[in-house]
Write a protein of this length. Structure first.
Length: 297
């Protein structure tokens, strides 16, 4: 794990620099909207796990990091837009995110909504305009993939199910289906976008990486649910116990903590099994999967 922690720090430094360069310049434009965008993306930092997935998958396919910066920025910007909107009073009504006041608390609700809207559009702008060194067909596939992962068949659809599930009891199958959309879709897109930057990646390899990503998407959400129970607000950077407070269905509420931990580890082992044919090229992806189920924030 120490090797991956060191690599993750390098990924975090790289993506922070890339995000700073690709976002609208708040100092130059000096308006509340661009300030809110930069505040939400850069201000609190964040774990940057999804960009790390882009880098790790791309490197497994021998893609240069300079090419991977663009999709890495795109997925982190999409992720941040979703957090801004999820935190709004009409949704989760959270006051703390990434260790700082949420966007609507630091600014106001209208600015937070617009910042989320602008960030979503900006993610597709940079993916469409940047030099990815891929052909037009592949670029269109990448844009379509990220759009699907963000919309009604991805994050937005999963969030709608999540909101409707508040106060209700879901089956394990229903909970899994919800999180494959809400959390898993963007995680899968992050892995695939990195690999798709390779001109030599095969459809079989993409399918295999998609299965790997499906597993780590579930293990990521299970661990998130566990940490909401056993973590603390300072470490998590967001309020502890918010899921229970809002009566949201979670893996621990359905299975209990021990069974949830076992399920996360089972998904980790399944993820590893999908990487066997890649050999040593996939070592960072293996370490990433282990990190997801062992992390404490």
């Amino acid at each position: 794990m120490s090797d991956f922690n060191s690599r993750l720090k390098l990924y975090q430094q790289r993506i922070d620099e890339a995000l700073d360069a690709c976002l609208p310049n708040g100092q130059a434009q000096k308006n509340k909207l661009t300030e809110a965008m930069r505040y939400s993306v850069i201000g609190g930092g964040g774990k940057r796990i999804r960009p790390a997935m882009v880098y790790a998958a791309g490197e497994a396919m021998d893609v240069d990091q300079n090419i991977l910066d663009t999709p890495a920025c795109a997925v982190e910007i999409i992720h941040t837009y979703s957090l801004i909107h999820d935190d709004l009073p009409a949704m989760d009504d959270d006051n703390l995110r990434r260790g700082q006041p949420t966007c609507h608390k630091a600014f106001d609700e209208a600015t937070a909504i617009l910042a989320g809207d602008a960030l979503q559009a900006h993610a597709f702008e940079i993916l469409a305009a940047s030099n990815l060194h891929v052909n037009d067909r592949r670029r269109l596939e990448m844009i379509t993939l990220l759009a699907t992962a963000s919309g009604s068949d991805g994050m937005a659809g999963g969030q709608a199910i999540d909101l409707a599930a508040v106060g209700n009891r879901l089956t394990l199958e229903q909970l899994e289906a919800m999180h494959r959309l809400k959390t898993g879709a963007l995680i899968q897109a992050s892995i695939l976008l990195g690999a798709m930057c390779s001109p030599t990646v095969t459809e079989d390899e993409l399918a295999m990486l998609g299965r790997y990503a499906d597993c780590i998407g579930l293990s990521f959400q299970i661990q998130d649910d566990i940490l909401d129970v056993i973590g603390d607000t300072e470490t998590l950077g967001k309020p502890k116990g918010s899921d229970e407070k809002m009566q949201k269905p979670t893996y621990p509420s359905i299975l209990g903590l021990d069974a949830s931990r076992k399920l996360a580890l089972d998904q980790h082992q399944q993820a590893l099994s999908h990487l066997e044919t890649l050999g040593q090229r996939a070592d960072t992806l293996r370490q990433l999967s282990a990190y997801i189920v062992e992390r404490e924030f």
